[in-house]
Design a protein around this ligand. Structure first.
Ligand code: DX5
Ligand code: ZN
Length: 302
């Protein structure tokens, strides 16, 4: 399982003070910033362009994951590259020659993403999969934040993951639209490793960005704990984590119960600041900050 990355969409941020919210995202441990660019032509909404990205570039060291929902797109790639985009993701329908646009993005040494709308088939981009850095699977029809996740997209993510593994490719699978605490695990299970979220991160828990990003990370964290310990016949360790969690007074404070395929709970941070340290094989439960744990997770360390 590739390490999960969280890319908050600033479409849901405070547009009157983007610097403030970007700094909050950085402090909260976001892995990159998802910038939704809309032109009112490719999608029925208009947001921001290169000047805003240029103004924000010096405010954070986080990568700008720029999602171009504009048509035509080819002639603007240069402007977004020069404004400070790190990843430039385009929709295949917005360019007459996808290969030329891929080459154009690469000519500025930027990472290349192709975005597939819910009704756009994977087959139309299959020949480019070995030439790009990421596929952005839309789980809503693009244009607005706060929409409902389209469940059928889970099958599409799974098919893309199968194709990626069959071809032994390494592009990221990013999913975008309607991601929340309840479906986060299913999207990862389907094969995504970069998750975009706007509304959940900026609006849940009275807009506590740090808590919301930590919550999302902790859901993945428990998945890892289960994978690392349960599959390595260390199930008693996994049960130890679960027992402490489920019986602890923390849990009894009615943390939201969300069915997540067997774990039956959305982990709470205060408990998940613990991890079983298996390095010296002494399996001590130790108290780490989630950041420590997050940075320490070494997926190759069985
Ligand atoms: C929609 C954008 C998405 C959207 C995600 O066109 O591409 O990035 O902002 O926002 P939420 O998480 O609110 O669906
Ligand atoms: Zn987006």
């Amino acid at each position: 399982m590739k390490k999960i990355q969280i890319s908050p969409s600033i479409l849901s941020a405070d547009f009157s003070n983007l610097e403030k919210d970007i700094k909050k995202l950085e402090t909260a441990g976001a892995d990159m910033i998802h910038v939704d660019v809309m032109d009112g032509h490719f999608v029925p909404n208009i947001t921001i362009g290169p000047p805003v990205i240029k103004a924000l570039r010096s405010k954070t060291s986080l990568p700008f994951d720029v999602h171009l929902m504009i048509d035509p797109v080819h002639k603007y790639i240069k402007d977004f590259a020069n404004a400070g985009a790190d990843i430039i993701t385009i929709h295949p329908e917005a360019t007459p020659n996808l290969q030329e646009s891929i080459d154009e993005i690469k000519s500025y040494k930027k990472k290349v993403g192709i975005s597939l709308n819910p009704d756009t088939k994977i087959s139309i981009v299959e020949e480019y999969l070995d030439k790009i850095d990421l596929i952005l699977i839309m789980s809503v029809y693009p244009g607005f934040g706060g929409q409902k996740f389209i469940l059928e997209v889970l099958e599409k993510i799974k098919s893309l993951k199968v194709l990626k593994d069959k071809k032994k490719l390494n592009f990221d699978i990013e999913v975008d639209g309607g991601i929340n605490f309840s479906n986060f695990k299913s999207v990862i299970d389907a094969g995504a490793n970069v998750l975009v979220s706007g509304t959940t991160i900026f609006k849940e828990n009275n807009g506590d960005i740090k808590k919301n990003i930590d919550f999302l990370k902790s859901i993945w964290f428990v998945m890892i704990a289960k994978e690392k310990f349960l599959n390595n016949s260390l199930s008693y360790l996994y049960k130890q984590i679960r027992k402490i969690y489920l019986n602890s007074n923390i849990y009894n404070r009615k943390i939201s119960r969300v069915f997540d395929g067997g774990l039956n709970y959305v982990p709470n941070l205060s408990l998940l600041n613990c991890i079983i340290k298996s390095k010296e094989r002494n399996f001590r439960i130790e108290d780490f900050s989630l950041e420590d744990v997050w940075n320490k997770i070494d997926l190759n360390d069985k």
